[in-house]
Design a protein around this ligand. Structure first.
Ligand code: NAD
Length: 333
């Protein structure tokens, strides 16, 4: 198949080319740096499939342009698919294939790293000691041991996170409309969302972004939390109302926020904007807090995860073309 691969970086190209080279008849991959938008969709013309990543925008207009250009399949190098308009893809008869599971350890381990760094203020300590400032003032954290941890979403990643955090002997509270039998085995307890917010010292988000979960953490949710609670979000930016988070941080009620994802990340993340003025005032305000730690959607970024993603994506294309092998389609809405 001829596949236009949008939003590629050198590491994507290396892993996809390696997975593709394993095939007897490799696909023809066109690596594009451009992000898919309605304006760039014409670049997909003349290809059988497009391959996307999380900040591509497969809107109805973009998908119409792709279909007009002969594209018959949408591949995404991610588990999440909230960047693809599934109704439009269904209307155009384009299956959407994703990577349902790849190293859940990558994301769960990053969530642990964010939590520990935020709590023990490693981001501040790192800069301080390089400036020969060896003062400890302001670096006080708390023992994670014995604290109550709330996990929202106990699918693949949330469950690995729960297992890792068991090592800290936290009391684990979980919330998920579809409970996972592994959680009680890890001595976790399912509770309603309000109870989880009210009782947890640490809250970590691992549910998908849907219409139901958009701004799951809003002003009311932050208000329910304990004074000084820490929030970690490695899932999707839209789960957190960033403006409400700013207010909760300003009042001192929210103890700290560590995010790998941000609602308006699409125009920022994965690129070097260091020579530009930051025009997103909410994001700029978030960056100004000493108790906010941001990584730029790197939780998935391990060698193992990149290999899994490339192999499954190339496998999806082969399964679509040959009619055999597993095509991991997202069910039509
Ligand atoms: P998964 O589908 O295995 O698990 C998601 C869980 O969330 C399911 O158990 C589901 O029932 C639950 N859920 C759905 N609605 C909920 C709600 N309203 N409240 C609580 N739980 C709810 O997905 P996963 O592989 O564990 O991934 C979790 C999320 O992590 C993905 O949706 C994706 O957005 C994010 N992710 C981020 C990165 C990154 O690099 N930062 C990488 C991969 C995945």
């Amino acid at each position: 198949m001829r596949i236009a691969v949008f939003s590629t970086k050198p590491y994507d190209r290396a892993h996809l080319a390696e997975a593709n080279a394993q095939l007897d008849t490799p696909h023809e991959l066109t690596f594009l740096e451009a992000r898919l938008t309605a304006e760039t969709a014409a670049l997909g013309g003349g290809h059988d499939a497009v391959c996307l990543f999380v900040n591509d925008d497969a809107s109805p207009t973009a998908l119409d342009t792709l279909a007009d250009g002969g594209v018959r399949l949408v591949l995404t190098r991610s588990a999440g698919f909230n960047h693809i308009d599934l109704d439009a893809a269904d209307r155009l008869g384009m299956p959407v294939a994703r990577v349902p599971a790849y190293s859940p350890y990558a994301v769960a381990e990053h969530a642990v790293a964010l939590l520990l760094a935020l709590n023990r203020k490693l981001h501040r300590a790192y800069s301080r000691v390089r400036d020969q400032n060896f003062s400890l003032a302001g670096l006080e954290g708390f023992d994670v041991h014995g604290k109550t941890l709330g996990i929202v979403g106990t699918g693949t990643i949330g469950t690995v996170f729960a297992r890792l955090m068991r090592g800290f002997h936290c009391e684990v509270l979980a919330h998920d409309p579809y409970p996972n039998e592994e959680i009680p085995r890890l001595r976790g307890t399912y509770v309603g969302l309000d109870e989880l917010l009210e009782r947890s010292h640490i809250i970590s988000l691992h549910c998908p972004l849907t219409a139901d979960t958009h701004h799951l953490l809003d002003a009311a949710a932050f208000g329910r939390m304990q004074e000084g609670a820490l929030v970690v979000n490695t899932s999707r930016g839209g789960l957190v109302d960033a403006a409400a988070a700013v207010e909760a941080l300003k009042s001192g009620h929210l103890g700290g926020l560590a995010i790998d994802v941000y609602e308006e990340e699409a125009d920022l993340f994965f690129e070097d904007h260091s020579e530009e003025v930051l025009t997103d005032d909410t994001f700029a305000r978030l960056l100004s807090f000493p108790n906010v730690l941001v990584t730029a959607h790197q939780a998935f970024f391990t060698t193992e995860a990149l290999q899994n993603i490339a192999e499954t994506t190339i496998g999806n294309a082969t399964a679509f073309e040959s009619g055999s092998g597993e095509l991991h389609t997202v069910p039509a809405p």
